[in-house]
Design a protein around this ligand. Sequence first.
Ligand SMILES: [Ca+2]
Ligand SMILES: [Ca+2]
Length: 400
Amino acid sequence: MEKEEEKETVYLSSVESTSSITVRIRMDYPLTKETVEKQNIKMTVSSANGKTLASPNISYKYVDKYGNECSQNDIVAAIDIIAHSLPAGSADDIYTVTVTGDGYRTYTYRQLSLEKYSKIVTIGTKESTFTLGDVNNDGTVNSHDQEEMQSALGTTNADYDINKDGKVNIIDLYYVNRGIMVQGTGMAVAQNGSMVAQAVINNIDTAETDLSNVEISDGKSLSDLFTAEEEVTLTKTDSEEISESSPLEIPISFTEPVEMSEIQISTPSNAGIEKFNLIVETENGTETIPYENAVSMARLSSRSTDNVLVVNLGTRKVVKKVTIQVTKTADNETAVIKQIEFVEETLEKAPEAEAAKSQNLTATAGSESVTLTWDKMVNVTGYKVYYGTTQKRLCQKYNI
Ligand SMILES: [Ca+2]
Ligand SMILES: [Ca+2]
């Protein structure tokens, strides 16, 4: 092979980009998964430009306050609904999402652009976005819902049975009353998730990106590193093994600096990258961040045979150049990459539903004892009674 002295030209090809829209529903009332499933919460996605979409792949994940998937009796902290594989990367890739559920105000977000980033939208059930309590489904929670609910009290009419316990009673009315109080509060803001492949490619500074020490095989180009479709095999142009002292380096320079808080590298679990560093260049200088986690994140969707190696940058950084410095792979000859993603924002840790307070507490003094009574609550796993010698010092606790 002929050895070239000067820097090689970097070829970029345009790619078929797809991206995702995530809607996180913060479940502000403590309801179990079993209950929430009966509420029939669904999301639909359509093109805001009247384009016909192949029926989108939408996944639903019920998570508890620790971010783990719920089982039937767990309290749901959030529902993460993800529309996957939506066409992305051009100015007319704009979408409308609609979230519906029995007893919830229908929520619609129009004009979500997937030209440059995936999108994350957070809504809540105790604010005016996806309010619980719209029993007559007219898009708001007001006195009409209250009146209808009042006349349905004592029946088993499923339309008014908000918590799906088989009866319409004051608990259902409570949700309507709270829903009225929270009208006008809360607003959903779309956040940028990970950068769309075509947007990354459009932003690569080919003059500054030096790929002369790395070879991309099988006729693929640098572009293919950013799509989910292609597995790209890279080798070093010298014949040395990949190691700490002789790493395989993939430098990526941006024309416009990119804001990011995390970088994710998907690699096949059986033949992939095991250790690497990120060399991140910002206005403030250059920093080397090692990938340290031995455990990698399992992929949510169809790419479950890949490992996703996540490097959190600590804070959000404005990055001019990033170099992926691979120091160990399965065979130390090749580095196989399925996808590199630059992430601006990630989903926050799942929030905890507001602790429900008991109603109608009464206390009856006895001899060296006190008898407490309160209304039975649904969807709780126990009660905590705080007590003490003054109201401000309730430092004793009793779990029931
Ligand atoms: Ca209504
Ligand atoms: Ca009920």
